[in-house]
Design a protein around this ligand. Structure first.
Ligand SMILES: N[C@@H](CCC(=O)N[C@@H](CS)C(=O)NCC(=O)O)C(=O)O
Length: 232
């Protein structure tokens, strides 16, 4: 039985996992979770992921939550010698640093500013924008210090996947990142050099850009702790 990925079509954490599955050529069944209808908030879904977040992986009864953990597991279990997740301790440490920099610093700022106001009744504030700019500034410093083609070295790694999915959220809302030229250069280079992987992120970006203009209908979501945004 192929493994199952429960995902959402425009969710950056899901898209990073899907890019990993594609890059590693791992067959899987994709189960779409309808976020707008609150399918991730049901008791049935909470059995798969008590966090009630998307994605979650079901590898023949082994349920794994958290996109970074899923990405690391896929590499460790199915492609232990892949340069996408290098074995050398230092090279791997840089990839891990980027994965957690993304989750705890870069994506957390970007998600709060770019995505939360699309789905929830939160505003885009000058402070939120400052946090995004700070995250971009820090990413630019990492790129400058490593002076490498990709985010964690000269070769493509899973770090690029997660950072691309966050950066595409900024494109989706039309935020200009040219003030961070190394970030922009890396982002455009990825699109050109990894077209099949970019396709995965791009589909989510297009969906988010559309939602940014026309907020989705969330009347069926009934979120327990986020005030959902009413449709204009
Ligand atoms: N740390 C989690 C975050 C996943 C996440 O935030 N997923 C969003 C969808 S893109 C979600 O499920 N949010 C639940 C909610 O807002 O109710 C991971 O990386 O897997």
């Amino acid at each position: 039985m192929p493994m199952k990925l429960y995902g959402v079509s425009d969710g950056p954490p899901t898209l990073g996992v899907r890019m990993t599955l594609k890059a590693l050529n791992i067959p899987y069944e994709y189960v779409n979770v309808n976020f707008n209808k609150g399918e991730h908030l049901t008791e049935a879904y909470a059995k798969l992921n008590p966090q009630r977040e998307i994605p979650v992986l079901d590898d023949n009864g082994f349920y794994l939550q958290e996109s970074n953990a899923i990405i690391q597991y896929l590499c460790d279990k199915y492609a232990p010698n892949s340069s996408l997740y290098p074995n050398d301790a230092t090279a791997r440490a840089i990839v891990n640093q980027r994965l957690f920099f993304n989750m705890g610093f870069y994506y957390s700022s970007i998600g709060a500013y770019a995505l939360a106001p699309i789905f929830f009744d939160y505003q885009r504030t000058p402070m939120g924008l400052k946090k995004v700019e700070n995250a971009l500034k820090v990413f630019q410093i990492y790129l400058e210090r490593l002076n490498s083609k990709y985010a964690a070295g000269d070769k493509l790694t899973v770090a690029d996947f997660v950072l691309i999915t966050s950066t595409m959220c900024l494109e989706a809302i039309g935020l200009d990142i040219s003030g961070y030229p190394l970030v922009l250069e890396w982002y455009e280079m990825f699109k050109k050099e990894q077209p099949e992987l970019w396709e995965i992120a791009k589909a989510g970006m297009i969906e988010l850009a559309e939602y940014n203009k026309n907020p989705p209908d969330l009347s069926e979501m009934n979120h327990p702790f986020h005030p959902t945004r009413s449709v204009k």
